[in-house]
Design a binder for this molecule. Sequence first.
Ligand code: NAP
Ligand code: COA
Length: 271
Amino acid sequence: MPLDIDFDDRSVLVVGGTSGINLGIAEGFARAGARVGVASRSQDKVDAAVQLLSGHGNRAIGFTADVREPDAVQSVMEDFHDAFGEIDVLVSGAAGNFPAPANALSPNGFKAVVGIDLLGTFHVLRSAYPYLVKPGASVINISAPQSYQPMELQVHVCAAKAGVDMVTRVLAMEWGPDGIRVNSIVPGPIADTEGMQRLAPTPSMRDAVAESVPLGREGTKEDIAQVALFLSSSAAGYITGAIIPVDGGWSLAGFSSLSAMMKKQIRPATD
Ligand code: NAP
Ligand code: COA
């Protein structure tokens, strides 16, 4: 039986889909024939993403919203539904990250990241539920290896993404009877992204990270998009509640080299 990965006439919404990995996912679906919507805070980024996505031949639409605001997220769902109908594929990927030691992280810094990653994910999935195709919808949360691997200077991200993966698992159980599948993709170190720029800002840090990956390279946005397409296709029709690393094996051995480099970067040695 040939692999069925065709999204003609499907409606896909990627929240946090205006840059980086998530925009790569949105582009993957647009190339595969879907109508794609994206949402994020910056109007300029939304406009640029819609222009890029429209270039793939189908309609694209954009919304400006902060996932920390439930009412704004609710409006995105209503407006998406008005424009493109029920949601076949929902990707929730908005996130914030910066390295900071816990004792120097303000309560508001912790809250900002948990608010975007974890509360944002809940807001997105909860308000999308009435509009998801039942049965048949695929929901993908974009997680991170910090969800299962403790990492110094990342207490806020570890706490938030661990919560995201639990949202994935619990809603896979609650929504399974509706025929909705819910999974997490866990990207490894992905080249040319804001996330990597923040954690490994120098070329030598990124080279060292690439060397610590068993497959010997950083990942690409395309690597992640391909898995999002597969997970949302009928080929993955029996996969739900899965936390799927797409990381070249990076998290198998932990992050000790990146942690050590980040600690040096944030607290340079004085001698
Ligand atoms: P990115 O380009 O900064 O993507 C983040 C996206 O989320 C942007 O579209 C951003 O747009 C949006 N966003 C941020 N805060 C938001 C908010 N409060 N409300 C709505 N939208 C918001 O970063 P990236 O590195 O590609 O990361 C994308 C995803 O992959 C994240 O979930 C991240 O945790 C995960 N990840 C990345 C890596 C990596 O190597 N980069 C590794 C593991 C996991 P606006 O600024 O316009 O809001
Ligand atoms: N180190 C320590 N604390 C930091 C910080 C850093 N590098 N950057 C921000 N913070 C703190 C701020 O000081 C503030 O706390 P305070 O009020 O006690 O001073 C708190 O975080 C919120 O910062 P603010 O800039 O007001 O938040 P925001 O809502 O405008 O932005 C962030 C959210 C901080 C997550 C911002 O980095 C962001 O928008 N990120 C999105 C892009 C991104 O991170 N991409 C990578 C995804 S993997």
